[in-house]
Write a new protein. Structure first.
Length: 524
């Protein structure tokens, strides 16, 4: 069977899709896997060894020129697209996966004659392919500045049933080479060359065995020479960068394609998440990455907007000493103890609900709670559980207020137009939720989005809002079920700890009904 993967995104997105392509290869070892990417990123061919059998290219830049420049025939771009579709259809693919998830790729998939289409596509006058709950979450939460609990690679892995794991650390190396990747594709994501210069001096003066080199693309060399000497720079293409990364012991980087390459190689790194960089969504998918970000209200900002501040406060908040401390921890193999957070609990609750819900996956809740109890300190879990329980009560109170204040279908049907005073208490409750800023996991997001959507009729609004309320109810049930499962695990653990060693060898004597055990057997 032939499988086509459509990835019409940026270079960094394609590179970080490597775990997905590997999982697809592992799942279909005999399949022929083809990849469609933008022609400007054709250099990825050398980075996806053994994962892709053939590449096709979407010449987006030339097609856009054909639509806008007078020197092109008005139908030229249409003809080029038709030829691409014809070429792809001639391959007789059995399956296509859309990793791009935008309108352009959806229309392209709609034009392809492939029996099994996975992901967003356009057919019969509408967008389709969102049956998978994970893909719907991706569609609703990942675009723009909406918060997401899950990483880009995690979401696509779940959406397409591709098992993936974060890359573990590479084998220990004797290398003393530290690499910097200073520049990114957007100035608002840059930490500043002067900061990197000071960091280089700090590392080499404090850790005399280590040498720092600075990576850059050939066209960036002129900019870099203002702060670094020729000998300090390694100007190379992606393939060259990959070879240098293999020889390094640490990478300090901004939000770039290089960090995703380092992640796949298992290289320890310190990642600076600034500007529009959203580490929750697109950090290096690796167990070896330490993320440093500024706690500023405007972050992360939008990709298409400039910095809204007079000064780049997110970059100014991160000091050279702070980055050096993180780098030293990585070089000395010092691992900070992991802690369970409220965000982790919400992520688990969402995962369990997206995987099927509380009613049919009771064992999943119990086993997940048990894993948490085995992975994190009990006092840490107890503190999170206390706060989670408090929030759960508040969330349920809000949900009840929303459900009781929404007029019935019969009441709504009598109104030709719905006015704000008709659902005044409902709106006030939704405003309370937003103002509280306590719903960081977005349990009530579908409610606020429905309120801000225009509908053709009052009944359509009522139907959509009932659907949104049902979604919130299911999510809170999932959250409550996991909290309950975690409470049980922690309490049972406490009971066992208190009682161990205090029981008579003949069993629970107070029960009066246990069968006496042989003490010789017990000695064994």
């Amino acid at each position: 069977m032939k499988i086509l993967v459509v990835s019409l995104l940026r270079l960094g997105d394609i590179i970080q899709q490597q775990p997905l392509l590997k999982a697809l290869r592992d799942k279909n070892p005999q399949a022929e896997i083809h990849l469609l990417v933008n022609r400007q990123f054709s250099q990825v061919e050398g980075l996806l060894d053994g994962l892709v059998d053939r590449y096709f290219y979407f010449d987006r830049e030339t097609l856009q020129r054909g639509l806008g420049e007078a020197s092109f025939n008005i139908l030229w771009s249409h003809q080029q697209l038709a030829e691409l579709v014809q070429t792809l259809n001639a391959e007789n693919y059995g399956q296509v996966l859309n990793f791009t998830h935008n309108k352009l790729s959806a229309y392209l998939l709609g034009a392809l004659q492939i029996p099994q289409k996975n992901g967003l596509y356009h057919a019969e006058g509408r967008f389709q392919g969102l049956e998978n709950p994970w893909l719907r979450y991706f569609n609703d939460r990942f675009s723009g500045v909406q918060p997401s609990l899950f990483h880009y690679v995690e979401l696509l892995g779940k959406s397409f049933d591709l098992p993936i794991q974060k890359t573990a650390a590479a084998a220990a190396t004797k290398s003393k080479l530290v690499l910097f990747q200073c520049l990114t594709s957007d100035t608002k994501k840059n930490w500043g060359l002067l900061n990197f210069k000071k960091l280089k001096e700090t590392i080499e003066s404090s850790l005399v065995d280590y040498k720092v080199k600075v990576l850059c693309a050939p066209f960036e060399k002129g900019t870099m020479l203002a702060h670094f000497s020729e000998d300090e720079l390694i100007a190379c293409d992606l393939m060259g960068a990959r070879e240098v990364l293999k020889q390094s012991c640490l990478l300090v980087t901004g939000d770039t394609s290089i960090k995703h390459m380092a992640a796949h190689l298992g290289i320890p790194m310190v990642e600076l998440a600034l500007g529009s960089s959203d580490f929750t969504k697109t950090a290096a998918f690796s167990e070896t990455s330490e993320i440093i970000s500024a706690k500023v209200p405007c972050a992360p900002c939008g990709h298409s907007q400039g910095c809204s501040q007079k000064f780049q406060i997110c970059a100014e908040q991160i000091t050279v000493d702070q980055v050096f401390a993180a780098a030293w921890d990585k070089l000395s193999k010092k691992n900070s103890p992991s802690a369970f957070t409220l965000g982790d609990l919400d992520k688990i609750a969402w995962s369990l609900q997206l995987d099927g819900g509380s009613q049919s996956h009771v064992l999943s809740y119990a086993s997940t709670a048990l894993k948490c109890s085995e992975s994190f300190p009990k006092n840490n879990l107890g503190q999170v559980l206390t706060e989670a329980t408090r929030l759960q009560k508040q969330f349920e109170k809000w949900l009840q207020a929303l459900e009781t204040s929404l007029p019935s279908r019969q009441e709504i049907s009598k109104k030709a137009q719905l006015k704000s005073q008709d659902i005044g208490q409902f709106i006030l409750t939704a405003q309370d939720i937003l103002k509280s800023k306590q719903d960081t996991a977005g349990y009530f997001q579908s409610i606020t989005e429905t309120l801000m959507t225009r509908f053709s009729s009052t009944l359509q609004f009522h139907e959509k809002m009932q659907t949104a309320l049902a979604e919130v109810r299911g999510l809170l049930q999932s959250r409550g079920q996991f909290i309950h499962s975690l409470e049980i695990v922690l309490k049972e653990g406490a009971y066992y700890a208190a009682g161990i060693g205090q029981l008579s060898i003949d069993g629970f004597e107070e029960a009066g009904g246990s069968v006496p055990r042989d003490r010789e057997d017990a000695a064994l």
